[in-house]
Design a protein around this ligand. Structure first.
Ligand code: GRF
Length: 214
């Protein structure tokens, strides 16, 4: 069965575009709805160009509006792809384990409220860290705190500016987020990606079946 996906964005939408490219005809997942807290988010054009329903949430803390849209479109998985606001707690609770986020650092480093966009990369450079990267994680009630599903490392290079570093991290995000979504579609729910070097992009970590006697 095709997994029905909603993607929430706040701006440019290049991760949405990467997902749309990865989820072509015959893919095990389909983007059925794009949500945004901003009517002027440039990335909404990617959805409109493909006739994907768009829903702008002018009051993004209105849980009823979220839940109404997600249910109306029978959404299985909500992907936050450059969505900058907190998802209301009752939406997190109703979709527990079925919301993922992409973050442009190796969480728990350089995460939390206010840590987004250029600020993340400036902080990485100021720290002198030799590497940064991308984290795909489950969403809970706190910014950037949920269980990590996948990470991809990006080296900090001599002479890097926040812009250059951001560009390489974004390229890594455009690979890792679609891989995480395809793994979720294969498993029927978000799963940790196998981080082994050979299978790093596609395999799904096998989760043991729970023992009914425990
Ligand atoms: C991404 O780096 C995402 O992780 C961060 O904001 C950026 C959004 O880029 N939260 P885009 O809108 O997908 O182009």
């Amino acid at each position: 069965m095709t997994m029905r996906i909603a993607v929430a964005i706040s701006g440019r939408g290049s991760n949405l575009e990467a997902l749309l490219r990865a989820l072509g005809p015959g893919a095990p997942a389909e983007i059925v709805l794009v949500l945004s807290d901003r009517a002027d988010a440039a990335g909404l054009a990617h959805a409109r160009a493909r006739n994907i329903p768009v829903r702008v949430l002018p009051h993004p803390d209105d849980a009823g509006a979220w839940l109404g849209s997600l249910r109306e479109h029978r959404v299985d998985l909500l992907v936050l792809a450059g969505y900058l606001k907190l998802v209301p707690a009752s939406v997190v609770s109703a979709f527990r384990g079925r919301i993922i986020n992409t973050h442009p650092s190796l969480l728990p480093a350089f995460g939390g409220k206010g840590m987004y966009g250029r600020r993340v990369h400036e902080a990485v450079l100021a720290s002198g860290m030799a590497e940064t990267g991308v984290t795909i994680h489950l969403v809970d009630e706190v910014y950037d705190r949920g269980a990590v599903l996948a990470q991809s490392r990006v080296s900090v290079l001599e002479g890097d500016t926040p812009e250059r570093l951001a560009q390489r991290v974004l390229e890594a995000e455009h690979r890792l987020l679609p891989a995480a979504v395809l793994a979720a579609a294969a498993a029927g729910r978000p799963v940790a990606l196998d981080q082994s070097p050979v299978a790093s992009r596609q395999s799904v970590e096998q989760t043991p079946t729970p023992d009914p006697h425990l």
